[in-house]
Ligand binder design. Structure first.
Ligand SMILES: Nc1ncnc2c1ncn2[C@@H]1O[C@H](COP(=O)(O)OP(=O)(O)OP(=O)(O)O)[C@@H](O)[C@H]1O
Length: 791
C-alpha cells in the first residue's frame, strides 16, 4: 500500500467521498505546498467528540480523502482562491507529522478496488442498490437531474457507484463518517442499502398514512353531517359532496372568466377533470393550488408603458442626487430600448441587454431600479439572490414533490399581476452553486431574450413568456459573477460618495424623506450643516448613505417622542453637538486628520478599499535574527500575503541589497497591519508592503505624509488596482495629501472631484523603483530601474 505525506484541509460537519469533483479554497502557501506534493491535499473531517465506532487521531477522523488539484487556474471569492479538484481515494492516517502552520500527516492510500471473486457483488445486489438509490433520490432530492439518474443506472464500477450514491444521500454525519471508515466492502454496501431502504419505506408509510387520514376525515365528516340533517342521505358523502360540488362550480366559473390562452385552458381543464372525478384524496388540494396559480398569472396582461426619456430623467433627478454619469447611462440604455422597440428590433444575442449596477452598499443601486420602474410606469419587484444555491429557487420544484412551490420568477409575476414589470435581481454576485444545480445557468436562461419567451418553471410546467420583463441586476463586486452571466450585463459602476455629496443627499433627500416618515415638519426640527458633517464623519463609516439615513431617522424618532410627550411646551429643536451625543452616544469614528505622522524605518502607509470607503492603512515591519522567515499579523488572509512575499522575495532582496549587505537567511521579518478590523486585500497592498520592507532593510524612512496603493509584479512593474476614487478620498479625509497610485489607474482620476484633485499631489508610477524614489526620505535614494535580465 502506498504511503504518502500530505497536508490536511480540515472540514467540519461534512464528509467527502472519493470520485467527486469539488471546489477547494486554499491559501497561497497551501497551494504552493500542494504543488510541491504532486498537487495532493487531504480532506479530513474534524471529529471533536468521541463518537461510537469512529476511529480518531487527535481531533481528526483517522480516515480522510485524498484530493488532487486538477488545474492551476482559480477563481477568487471573498479574497480566497478557489481551485478545482477531484477526490480519488480514501486514506488512513498513520501519524501527524506537524500541526503548524497547518496539519501535515503521514497516511496510507487505500486502493479500494472491489474484486468480485466469489460472485459476492452479484448483479442482484447492485441492481437493488441502484433501484433504491433511484427511489430515494426521487423522493428526497427535490429535483435530481435525469442525467444524474442515468449515470447511476449505467455505472459499472461498484466502488464509484457506492460513493456517488453515498455522497448524494442525506445521511447523518456519524453515518457518513462510518461509511468512510469501513474497509470491508460488503459491510459498507449493506449498510448503505439498509439506510436507503429504511428511508424509502418510511416515505411510503407517511404517504399511505396521509391518504388514510384524508379518507377517514372525509368519511367522518359526511357521517356527522348526515346524522344532524334531515336531508336525503342517499348521496355518497353528502353534504360534504355538495360543498365540494360548490367549490368545483366556483372554480369552473373562475376558469370561464379568466382570459387564458387556449393551450393553458386545455391543461386547466384536464386538471379539473381529475378533481371532478374525486379520485385524488389529498392530491386534489395540490391540483387546486396549481389551478389557482394558473388563474392568478397574468397570461396576457401588460401595463401600458410610458417610455418618455424626459419623464425618466425627471424621476431619476427627483429621487437621486448627483450620479450624473450613471443617470446618463441609464437614459442612453432606455433610449436604445425605445428605438429598438419602435423599429421592432429584437435583442438578438442578449449581450448587454440587462443593466447591472455595481458598487458598495447603500449607494442607491436598489433605489435607482425603483426609480426606473416608476418612470416607466411599470410595477417593481425585487428578487434577493444573495445566498441562493438551489436551482429550484429559480426554476421551481416539480409538483410531485411534497411542499413544492414555483420559482422566484413565476412568484414575482403572480405578485405584480402583469407580464412586463421591472424585476430587480439583487446581489447577483452572491449566487452560489451546489449539487442541487447551478442557479447561475438557470438565471442565464431567464435572462436570455432568445429563450425567456418560453421560460419553463418546473412547478408551472407550462411555458411562460418572460420576454417583456425589464431585468435590472445589482452587485457589490464583479469577480464572483459567472462569466457567461456577466457577459449579458451592461455594467454601470456606482462609486462611493464624498462627505460633501453625502451632505447634499442628506439635505435634499434623506432629511425630507425621514421628516415625513416620522410625522414631523420642518418647523419642528433643524439639523445645521456642521452637525450633518459631524454625523457623516463621526457617526457613520460607509461609502453609501444607508447608515446616514438610519442615524437621521433615529434623531427624528427621538424628537417625535419629545413632541408627543409634551406638545404644549414644545419649541423648535436645533440639533447640536450635545443632543447628538445624547441621542447617538459617543462618536464611533474620530474626525479627520487623524493618521499619525510618525516616521521610522519599516513603517509605511497603504491605502485600502473597504465597503465603508477608502482607508489609510498603517503597515509596520520589524526585523530580528532568525532563519529567513516572514510573519504577518493583522491581516485577514495572512497566509495569502505570506505566499505573495515569498514570491517577491528575490526582488526585494535585489532592491535592498543595492544599499545594504544583509544575510537574509539569518533574518526574520514580522509585518503587522495594526487596524485589524479593516479588511485588506493582499495584492493591492503589494507596493506598500515592499516599500515598508525596503525601508526596514535599508534604514531609509518612508515619508510620513504619503500613502500608496498598487500591485507589483515579480519584475517590479506596478499594476492597476480597484477603488482608486475611494482610496484617494480616504487619504484626503484622513489628512494625507500625497498619494502614489499605479500609472495605469490614471483614467480613474476623472471620478475624483476636481476640488479634491487640486488639493492632492497624486504620483502616477509604473515601477516600484519610482515608488521608492518618491516615498523614501533622504536625497533621492538611488533605486535604479530594475533590470529584468537580473531576475
Ligand atoms: N444619490 C442618492 N440620492 C438620494 N438618495 C440616495 C442616493 N444614493 C442612495 N440613496 C438612498 O440611500 C438608501 C440606500 O440605497 P439603496 O438601498 O438603493 O442602496 P444599494 O446600493 O442598493 O445597497 P445594497 O448594495 O446594500 O443593496 C436609499 O434610501 C436611497 O434612496
Amino acid at each position: 500500500m502506498k504511503k504518502i505525506n500530505v497536508f490536511v484541509v480540515p472540514v467540519h460537519g461534512t464528509v467527502l467521498y472519493p470520485y467527486q469533483n469539488l471546489k477547494l479554497r486554499l491559501t497561497e502557501l497551501q497551494f504552493y505546498d500542494a504543488k510541491v506534493n504532486n498537487n495532493y491535499v487531504a480532506i479530513v473531517p474534524v471529529v471533536d467528540q468521541q463518537v461510537d465506532g469512529i476511529q480518531r487521531i487527535q481531533r481528526f477522523s483517522q480516515y480522510g480523502t485524498l484530493v488532487r488539484l486538477t488545474s492551476e487556474d482559480y477563481t477568487v471569492y471573498a479574497s480566497n482562491k478557489i481551485y478545482q479538484a477531484f477526490s480519488f481515494a480514501r486514506i488512513k492516517i498513520d501519524s501527524i507529522i506537524k500541526s503548524t502552520p497547518y496539519y501535515m500527516v503521514s497516511a496510507e492510500v487505500l486502493g479500494d478496488e472491489i474484486v468480485d471473486e466469489q460472485g459476492l457483488w452479484s448483479s442482484q445486489i447492485i441492481d437493488q442498490l441502484k433501484e433504491l438509490a433511484k427511489q430515494y433520490l426521487e423522493q428526497f432530492q427535490m429535483n435530481p437531474s435525469p442525467q444524474f439518474l442515468q449515470i447511476i443506472q449505467e455505472e459499472k464500477n461498484i466502488n464509484k457507484l457506492f460513493f456517488t450514491i453515498a455522497s448524494n444521500a442525506d445521511l447523518p454525519y456519524s453515518q457518513k463518517l462510518k461509511l468512510l471508515q469501513i474497509d470491508d466492502h460488503k459491510t459498507k454496501i449493506t449498510l448503505l442499502i439498509q439506510y436507503l431502504k429504511t428511508k424509502v419505506e418510511e416515505f411510503a408509510q407517511t404517504k399511505a398514512l396521509e391518504q388514510k387520514v384524508s379518507k377517514d376525515l372525509m368519511q367522518q365528516m359526511s357521517k356527522q353531517v348526515n346524522k344532524s340533517s334531515n336531508l336525503p342521505t342517499n348521496l355518497p358523502g353528502f353534504p360534504y359532496q355538495k360543498q365540494k360540488n360548490n367549490d368545483i362550480e366556483k372554480l369552473q366559473a373562475k376558469i370561464k372568466e379568466a382570459n387564458l390562452p387556449d393551450h393553458v385552458r386545455e391543461i386547466v381543464e384536464q386538471e379539473m377533470q381529475k378533481i371532478e372525478k374525486g379520485s385524488m384524496g389529498v392530491d386534489s388540494n395540490v391540483t387546486r393550488n396549481y389551478i389557482d396559480l394558473i388563474l392568478q398569472l397574468p397570461w396576457n396582461q401588460q401595463v401600458e408603458e410610458s417610455l418618455s426619456i424626459e419623464k425618466c430623467k425627471e424621476t431619476l433627478d427627483a429621487d437621486h442626487f448627483g450620479l450624473t454619469k450613471v443617470k446618463e447611462r441609464i437614459l442612453q440604455f432606455l433610449a436604445v430600448k425605445k428605438l429598438r422597440k419602435e423599429r421592432k428590433v429584437a435583442d438578438s444575442n442578449g449581450q448587454g441587454s440587462i443593466i447591472c449596477f455595481f458598487g458598495p452598499p447603500g449607494v442607491g443601486k436598489t433605489s435607482l431600479g425603483q426609480s426606473i420602474a416608476k418612470s416607466l410606469n411599470r410595477p417593481f419587484y425585487r428578487i434577493a439572490l444573495g445566498g441562493v444555491s438551489d436551482e429550484a429557487q429559480i426554476r421551481g420544484h416539480r409538483r410531485t414533490y411534497v411542499g413544492a412551490f414555483p420559482g422566484s420568477f413565476i412568484q414575482a409575476i403572480k405578485k405584480v399581476k402583469c407580464k412586463n414589470p421591472v424585476i430587480l435581481l439583487d446581489e447577483i454576485d452572491k449566487l452560489t452553486s451546489n449539487h442541487r444545480g447551478d442557479p447561475s445557468s438557470a438565471l442565464l436562461e431567464v435572462l436570455d431574450p432568445e429563450q425567456n419567451s418560453h421560460f419553463m418553471d418546473n412547478y408551472l410546467n407550462i411555458e411562460f413568456d418572460l420576454s417583456s420583463v425589464l431585468f435590472i441586476a445589482t452587485a457589490n463586486q464583479l469577480e464572483t459573477i459567472q462569466p457567461a452571466l456577466r457577459d449579458r450585463l451592461e455594467l454601470i459602476e456606482i462609486v462611493g460618495y464624498t462627505v460633501k455629496e453625502k451632505a447634499a443627499i442628506a439635505n435634499s433627500y434623506l432629511i425630507p424623506k425621514q421628516l415625513q416618515k416620522n410625522g414631523l415638519v420642518n418647523e419642528q426640527v433643524t439639523i445645521p450643516q456642521e452637525i450633518i458633517h459631524k454625523i457623516i464623519k463621526q457617526h457613520t463609516s460607509e461609502a453609501g448613505v444607508r447608515q446616514l439615513e438610519r442615524v437621521i431617522a433615529k434623531i427624528y424618532r427621538n424628537i417625535a417622542l419629545k413632541y408627543v410627550t409634551d406638545q404644549q411646551n414644545f419649541k423648535t429643536i436645533v440639533v447640536d453637538q450635545e443632543s447628538l451625543i445624547e441621542i447617538l452616544g459617543p462618536s464611533i469614528h474620530s474626525d479627520k486628520h487623524t493618521t499619525p505622522l510618525i516616521s521610522i524605518p519599516g513603517v509605511c502607509k497603504g491605502l485600502a478599499w473597504t465597503p465603508a470607503g477608502g482607508k489609510v492603512l498603517m503597515i509596520e515591519s520589524v526585523k530580528m535574527e532568525g532563519k529567513g522567515k516572514f510573519e504577518i499579523t493583522g491581516m485577514k488572509v495572512q497566509e495569502q500575503q505570506f505566499g505573495w512575499i515569498k514570491a517577491y522575495w528575490p526582488q526585494i532582496k535585489i532592491l535592498s541589497k543595492s544599499n545594504t549587505n544583509i544575510n537574509f537567511d539569518a533574518l526574520d521579518i514580522h509585518i503587522h497591519f495594526p487596524a485589524g478590523a479593516t479588511p485588506k486585500d493582499g495584492p493591492s497592498a503589494g507596493v506598500a508592503i515592499t516599500t515598508a520592507i525596503v525601508s526596514l532593510l535599508t534604514g531609509l524612512k518612508v515619508k510620513s505624509d504619503i500613502a500608496m496603493t498598487g500591485e507589483i509584479t515579480l519584475t517590479g512593474r506596478v499594476l492597476p488596482v480597484g477603488g482608486i476614487k475611494e482610496k484617494i478620498l480616504g487619504a484626503f479625509e484622513s489628512g494625507i495629501f500625497s498619494v502614489i497610485i499605479p500609472h495605469r489607474n490614471k483614467a480613474n482620476l476623472v471620478d475624483v472631484e476636481p476640488e479634491i484633485r487640486e488639493k492632492m499631489s497624486i504620483h502616477l508610477v509604473k515601477t516600484i523603483d519610482q515608488v521608492l524614489q518618491i516615498a523614501l526620505e533622504g536625497n533621492g535614494p538611488n533605486f535604479k530601474m530594475i533590470n529584468l535580465a537580473n531576475l
